[in-house]
Design a binder for this molecule. Structure first.
Ligand SMILES: *[C@@H]1O[C@H](CO)[C@@H](O)[C@H](O)[C@H]1NC(C)=O
Ligand SMILES: *[C@@H]1O[C@H](CO)[C@@H](O)[C@H](O)[C@H]1NC(C)=O
Length: 446
């Protein structure tokens, strides 16, 4: 009997608690959504605007697609607004102060990114749960990947800083219907995951009220976040700028080689080809644009020009060096420029202009000899003298040729000195040019 009483008592107690705590979240949800119309704005007074606050947490910069000029970013978006039709008295509903409802079942502000770039669908707002408080405050957040257009300024590539705006606002509600407010002065970057290629400089926001040409007198609210990122240029400096500079210096230093070694042309052409390959590699990271020429391309273009000029000048010095036809002595003006001093008298004496006289003299000498030989009038003597005459002729010819040869050699030696001096001048000039150009291009950016 006693056990029965206890059993009934326990049962009664359970029933009592069931009645008192009987309100489950499901019942609250049922009660809230029973006559809920999710299309109308959640204000009892239609003249009032719904005030929505938006917080944007920048989580990650996935990448900047340079060819399409699109920034891919991961965000957490946090919306807060007040829904007049989602209220209840917690005391009546088992002290339940907040519930989670699938956000697709209630009214949502549906803010969109104005400068988005996406092929599929218009709205990618996910149907995550919203947290509804008993006083009607709704908190709705979700993670999202946004493809946002970002016009790149590549003039200072690879030391460029990009400013990418992200304009978020309502597409249909103007500010008299939906007011967008900020709860902080800047975007939130506490959860930010560093990017290997880009360094985040700032993530500021601006609340705008814009009048569009479609609807005069009507203002539209939007929140424009500006992501300022700076490229980490080390990669490009190491793999494109530095090799390019080294190649240019190498091509210039080729002028240190003796001009007749022939290696210089080889160095120049190799540097030329390598630079073109490097430029192709660098261009892969740049958008196809012709409005601005990036710094790196200017540097490479100048380097290529420099290498081209050094190959052309190599050809010039080589041609001076191996000047074999029409060998003229070094002209006076060149001597003066390179301080060669007065020319060898031998060269002047044997200059081609005076050679006809010399030939005459030779002829004279030969006739004199003939006169001398005439005194030996015997046949044997005649034969001997003929032999001697021939020998002398040959000897004279040889002497003439030898003199010509030595003259040629001397002139060639002088040209070689001139070529060497020209090389030194080019070396110094190009070296200075290269340093000045590199300084001018990369100096101010640091
Ligand atoms: C609700 O909270 C109030 C005050 O905190 C408390 O007195 C009451 O017993 C609670 N009701 C339930 C059903 O828990
Ligand atoms: C909202 O942003 C503006 C700048 O657009 C700023 O001046 C203001 O202080 C911000 N509001 C809050 C609550 O931080």
């Amino acid at each position: 009997m006693a056990t029965k009483t206890v059993f009934v008592f326990v049962l009664l107690c359970l029933c009592y608690f069931q009645i008192v705590t009987g309100v489950s979240e499901r019942e609250v949800t049922d009660m809230l959504l029973k006559d809920y119309q999710k299309e109308g704005r959640p204000v009892r007074d239609p003249t009032q605007a719904v005030e929505t606050s938006l917080d944007v947490f920048l989580i990650q910069i996935v990448k900047l697609i340079t060819q399409r000029q699109v920034l891919v970013i991961n965000f957490w978006l946090v919306h807060r607004w007040k829904d007049d039709f989602l209220t209840w008295n917690p005391a009546e509903y088992g002290n339940i102060s907040s519930i989670r409802i699938g956000s697709e079942n209630i009214w949502r502000p549906r803010l969109v990114n104005y400068n988005r770039e996406h092929e599929e669908g218009w709205s990618e707002t996910p149907d995550t749960n919203a947290i509804v408080r008993s006083d009607g405050e709704v908190l709705w957040n979700y993670p999202i990947t946004i493809h946002s257009t970002c016009v790149m300024d590549i003039a200072r590539f690879p030391f460029d800083v990009q400013k990418c705006p992200l304009k978020i606002g309502s597409w249909t509600y103007d500010s008299s219907k939906l007011k967008i407010v900020n709860r902080s002065e800047t975007g939130d970057t506490n959860q930010f995951i560093e990017n290997a290629e880009w360094k985040l400089l700032s993530f500021d926001l601006e609340v705008n009220h814009v009048e569009y040409s479609c609807c005069p007198g009507v203002l539209w609210d939007d929140m424009t976040y500006t992501i300022v990122i700076q490229r980490r240029s080390t990669f490009f400096v190491l793999y494109t700028v530095m090799p390019c500079a080294i190649l240019a210096f190498m091509a210039v230093c080729g002028f240190w080689l003796p001009p007749d070694s022939g290696e210089r042309m080889f160095i120049c052409i190799n540097a030329f080809l390598s630079m073109i390959v490097l430029e192709q590699v660098a261009n892969k990271h740049l958008p196809d644009t012709a409005t601005t020429i990036p710094l790196i391309n200017i540097f490479m273009g100048v380097s290529i020009l420099l290498v081209f000029a050094s190959s052309a000048l190599t050809i010039l010095t080589l041609s001076l060096l191996f000047k074999t036809f029409d060998l003229q002595p070094v002209p006076k003006w060149l001597r003066r420029i390179f301080c060669l001093g007065s020319p060898d008298p031998n060269i002047i004496r044997l200059a081609p202009k005076v050679s006809p006289k010399k030939v005459d003299a030779n002829v004279l000498e030969v006739t004199e000899l003939e006169d001398l030989d005439a005194s030996f009038a015997t046949d044997r003597a005649k034969a001997t003298s003929q032999l001697v005459r021939r020998a002398r002729k040959v000897l004279l010819q040889l002497k003439k040729e030898y003199e010509m040869m030595s003259r040629y050699e001397k002139i060639q030696k002088e040209w070689k000195i001139v070529a060497g001096k020209i090389d030194r001048c080019i070396l110094i000039a190009f070296f200075i040019a290269l340093v000045v150009i590199s300084g001018a291009i990369f100096g101010p950016s640091g």
